[in-house]
Every structure is written in structure tokens, then in C-alpha cells.
Design a protein around this ligand. Structure first.
Ligand code: KG4
Ligand code: ZN
Length: 354
């Protein structure tokens, strides 16, 4: 039976609501509304949790209303309310969970708490109908992990970053070079004019078996490179900037491609998918696509970055599987998808989500 699900997302700096209709494997996105807080945090060089939480609380009812109106339905037409219950910035997650509880209680509808990472991980199934199990590389500003997606609520973490996420590294490199935020698109643009071979950068953890990753040493190497050039020449030329960006981007793509090869060798899968904001990078996409003969899926960008359609979809699958949460649903700052996997050393230090 087709279900209509309202999804709510507020775990970082996007306030989002979406309406989905269908059954697992065959759904239509009726609306997908995202209100970004980028401008609110721009002056601080990163997301300020307290500002984020307040902005979510102020905006949630507006995005829900817009999602319902755009979908051409009434609020009481929804069959269930799915909400991100973690991992994420706790004030934001709480805002979303409280809003969802209020709606569920007021409308008399079931509530389903969703793991934000499950939303990302299930997106390639939403967009391309991938069969389980498939390999997912999640690369964003807050996440970096390889997941074998085995079912709607079954995931095995094969590896991930031991420090920063790649998006954080792109943002830091942009900051070091005086390029605008968010750093990923600025670095990619500058790299178009650059020579990736001019500077030699470290390729972290390639010498270690498995598919764990590290980006913090690479960031430091770029800092040293910049300082060296400034000390030598009194500043950076446009060409220096372009060459650093090209070298950094090629290194990230090379390391992620090599680790993807290893993750693919860790068990049979039907496809290789990538998700998260960094998946927008063309050099990275090309490098990843070349790794395997299996189908390669990179969902459209609006569904790769944080959104509520992915939360509604993960909620729909959980609800179809018989899971419903009560009013005791809690907001969780940390919530690993694979509870059997050992926690990553240092992950979450900078507010990363898992
Ligand atoms: O998934 P996302 O929108 O938010 C979360 O972190 O959850 O990812 C944002 C990150 C930022 O760090 C941004 O710099 C990076 O994705 N990004 C890119 C590109 N576009 C966005 N990184 C590399 N190349 C891009 N074209
Ligand atoms: Zn995310």
C-alpha cells in the first residue's frame, strides 16, 4: 500500500522537510524543501551550534508548511512522520525531534526516528532502485565512511576517517588560500587552471591495509606549503593557488579511489554509490567511476547533500518494516549506523556527526 511520509531534517545547518509517497523501491518525491543557514554562520567560519538550533526552531514549521503545500496535500493526509533523531548537533536534532513529536501527537500519527546516516546511505536506492547489498562511500563536510548497505536498517561499516572529513579539508584549504566558503566548489574552480603535479603532497594511510582514511595531515601539508611559498616569495600568485588546489584535489581523489578499490574487494556488492556534498566534485567522481566495472551511482546533488527526502525514505522503509517510536524517542548526538564497529579514533572532535 502506498504510504505518504513527512520527513524532517535539522541535524546540522539545513532545516528541511519533504513529502514522499509510495512503497519501498517505488516512491515519488512530492516535495523537498531545504532552508539553508549558510548566511547565518558565514561570519564565523563554521557552523555555530547555538545559532543553528535557534534557527531550526524558528524555521521548522515554515518548511513543513511549504513541503505540505508544494506536495498538494493536507497535513492530516500523512501516514507517518519521520525525523532525524541523530547523529548531529544536539540542539538542532532536538528542535526537529520536538517538532515531530508535536505534530505526531497533534495529528495522532505514528512517529519514526531516523538515523541521518541511514538517510544518506539509502539515497542511491531511492534514486536508482539499487538492490542490496551495495557499497556506499559517504563523503561530506561531516562524514567520511565506507558502508556496505545490506538492508533498510542493516549496515556494515568497512572503514572511515580517523580524523577529519574530506569536506572539512576542502573548506580548510580554501580558508588557507583566501578562497570563499564553502571551500569545495572554490577549490574545484581554482584547480581548473592548476598543475596537479607541481607540488608533492602526502597520501595519508595508503601504506596501511584496509580502507580507513585520514585528512588532517594533508591539511597541515597544505598549510606548510603555503607558508613556505609566502616566506620565499612574499605571497602567493594566482598560479600558486591553482597548483595547490589541483594537487590537493588530485590527492584526495587518488586516496579515495584507492581505498574504494580495497572496500570493493571486501565482499560482493551489486553496485558502488557515492553520496554527500563532496560527491559533487567532478575529479573525484571520475576517479571513483574508474575504480570498478559495477554500476556506479552518484545521486543528483540536491539528494547528495543534507535533505529531508532521504529521511522520509529511510523512515518509510523502517515504518514498512514495522518500526514505530514513542514519545520517549530521544535525540542522539552520536549514533553509529553499525553498532558492532569499533568507534573511530578522534572522529567527532570537530562536531562531525559520527
Ligand atoms: O553533505 P554536505 O552538504 O553537508 C554535510 O557536511 O553534511 O557537504 C558539505 C561539504 C562542504 O565541506 C563543501 O565544501 C563540500 O561538501 N563540497 C565540495 C564540493 N561541493 C561541496 N567538496 C569538493 N568539491 C565540490 N565541488
Ligand atoms: Zn549529512
Amino acid at each position: 500500500m502506498a504510504l505518504t511520509i513527512l520527513g524532517i531534517e535539522s541535524s546540522c545547518d539545513d532545516t528541511a522537510a519533504a513529502i514522499l509517497r509510495g512503497t519501498g523501491g517505488d516512491v515519488a518525491i512530492l516535495s523537498n524543501v531545504v532552508s539553508s543557514q549558510t548566511d547565518l554562520h558565514a561570519a564565523f567560519g563554521g557552523v555555530v551550534p547555538e545559532i543553528a538550533a535557534r534557527a531550526h526552531a524558528e524555521t521548522l514549521d515554515l518548511v513543513v508548511e511549504e513541503a505540505v503545500t508544494t506536495a498538494g496535500i493536507a497535513l492530516h493526509d500523512v501516514d507517518a512522520i519521520a525525523v532525524t533523531a541523530g547523529p548531529g548537533l544536539i540542539g538542532g536534532v532536538l528542535s526537529g525531534v520536538m517538532a515531530a513529536k508535536g505534530l505526531a501527537l497533534g495529528l495522532g500519527k505514528p512517529l519514526v526516528g531516523v538515523n541521518h546516516l541511514a538517510g544518506h546511505a539509502l539515497t542511491p536506492q531511492l534514486t536508482d532502485g539499487l538492490a542490496f547489498p551495495y557499497l556506499l562511500l559517504l563523503v561530506s563536510g561531516g562524514h567520511c565512511q565506507f558502508l556496505r548497505v545490506e538492508g533498510p536498517e542493516s549496515f556494515t561499516r568497512l572503514g572511515g576517517t580517523i580524523d577529519d572529513a574530506p569536506g572539512e579539508a576542502f573548506d580548510k584549504v580554501a580558508r588557507l588560500l583566501g578562497l570563499p566558503q564553502p571551500g569545495g566548489p572554490s577549490v574545484e574552480k581554482a584547480a581548473l587552471e592548476g598543475d596537479a603535479k607541481r607540488f608533492k603532497l602526502p597520501r595519508p594511510l595508503l601504506d596501511r591495509p584496509g580502507c580507513d582514511l585520514s585528512f588532517s595531515g594533508l591539511k597541515t601539508a597544505v598549510l606548510r606549503l603555503r607558508d613556505g611559498l609566502v616566506a620565499e616569495n612574499g605571497g602567493l600568485t594566482e598560479q600558486d593557488r591553482a597548483d595547490i588546489c589541483a594537487g590537493f584535489q588530485a590527492t584526495v581523489a587518488h586516496v579515495l579511489a584507492e581505498k574504494s578499490r580495497r572496500a570493493l574487494a571486501m565482499g560482493e556488492v551489486t553496485a558502488f554509490a557515492v553520496a554527500g556534498g563532496v560527491a559533487a566534485n567532478q575529479t573525484l567522481r571520475a576517479a571513483l567511476e574508474a575504480v570498478t566495472d559495477l554500476p556506479f551511482v552518484a545521486p543528483p546533488l540536491a539528494l547528495c547533500t543534507d535533505n529531508a527526502a532521504m529521511i522520509a525514505y529511510a523512515g518509510l522503509l523502517a515504518f514498512e518494516g514495522g518500526r514505530v517510536d514513542g514519545m520517549d524517542l530521544s535525540a542522539r548526538p552520536r549514533w553509529p549506523l553499525d553498532t558492532d564497529a569499533a568507534p573511530m579514533i578522534g572522529s567527532g572532535k570537530k562536531g562531525a556527526k559520527a
